[in-house]
Ligand binder design. Structure first.
Ligand code: NAP
Ligand code: MN
Length: 265
């Protein structure tokens, strides 16, 4: 089995990653960034996001494992003091994997060039100064004319990130669905949006058609993508999925409770 250890630049993550690489080599694994079967991230959810984008061209061949050095994350299962248990789990590996939905994003710019991306958490379309004006279509049917700061389209596993800050629902990651949340919509006698999060079905898609001639900011997970005017953005559930080698199981709602409430005794 080929394994790669991907870490953030923090001191504790770097140390844990180096210790883990050493243990993996001692156990007989090939530790290499080229064509890994398993990518172990050491850091937080943000580190897993970075590794996902580094390897997003080979998602069907890779399983991810997240080690966290700080607080429990949504993409991380192992603590940095459990490295020996993790190596043992890899030695006992039978190829088991669990897959979660991703967001497929197709952008058409005003000059008719296109871009195709995949997000693990979410994509947003925003305007930094001035109001964003965009038509929102669901399954190519006009739904509403949105005015406000922006819109966020997230995956189920992304529902605990930015989407939640926008008042979105937390979705169990077993659901095949996308969620749209509003970022500061304008609602008055003239302008009207639904003003509630929307969860769309697996066979539906969302199209945003922003008012022409204006620069909007498009984000994909931690990245800022846009430098040119956008004609439209199409969002659907991606054909690809992200796979985790989940040797340890944590009940999803326990994870939510631990991350956001933390009152369990
Ligand atoms: P960051 O600014 O360091 O991350 C913001 C926080 O989001 C971190 O605490 C991160 O956890 C957490 N996070 C990431 N994915 C998550 C998930 N699926 N569920 C729950 N929490 C999650 O930037 P980053 O680490 O590169 O992460 C980028 C993400 O930040 C974006 O995809 C977006 O979802 C989120 N974000 C949130 C807001 C907001 O809530 N207002 C604004 C911008 C971006 P770790 O500390 O474990 O990395
Ligand atoms: Mn982070």
């Amino acid at each position: 089995m080929r394994v790669w250890v991907f870490h953030n630049s923090g001191e504790s993550s770097t140390n844990a990653a180096h210790a883990l690489s050493k243990k993996l080599k001692a156990a007989g694994f090939t530790v290499s960034p080229a064509r890994p079967d398993v990518v172990i991230t050491v850091g937080g959810d943000g580190t897993l996001l970075s590794a996902f984008h580094r390897y997003n061209a080979a998602l069907d061949k890779i399983r991810f494992v997240g080690v966290h050095t700080g607080h429990l994350g949504f993409y991380t299962d192992w603590r940095d003091f459990e490295l020996d248990d993790l190596v043992q789990a890899l030695l006992n590996d039978k190829g088991e994997r669990v897959g979660y939905p991703l967001l497929d994003i197709k952008v058409t710019y005003e000059d008719d060039t296109t871009g195709h991306y995949v997000a693990l958490n979410e994509s947003t379309l925003k305007r930094v100064s001035g109001t964003m004006k965009t038509d929102v279509l669901i399954k190519d049917n006009f739904f509403e004319s949105f005015r406000g700061d922006g819109l966020c389209i997230c995956t189920p596993t992304g529902s605990t990130a930015y989407s939640k800050s926008n008042g979105g629902a937390v979705l169990h990651p077993r659901l095949e669905a996308l969620q749209i949340t509003e970022i500061a919509s304008i609602n008055n006698r003239v302008f009207r949006t639904l003003s509630a999060p929307i969860i769309i079905a697996p066979d539906e898609w969302v199209v945003l058609k922003p008012a022409p001639g204006v620069n909007y900011v498009m984000t994909i997970d931690q990245f800022n993508m846009t430098d040119r005017p956008i004609k439209e953005v199409r969002y659907k559930i991606a054909d690809e999925r992200i796979y985790f080698a989940r040797y340890k199981h944590m009940h999803f709602w326990d994870r939510v409770e631990d991350a956001f409430i933390g009152a369990k005794n």
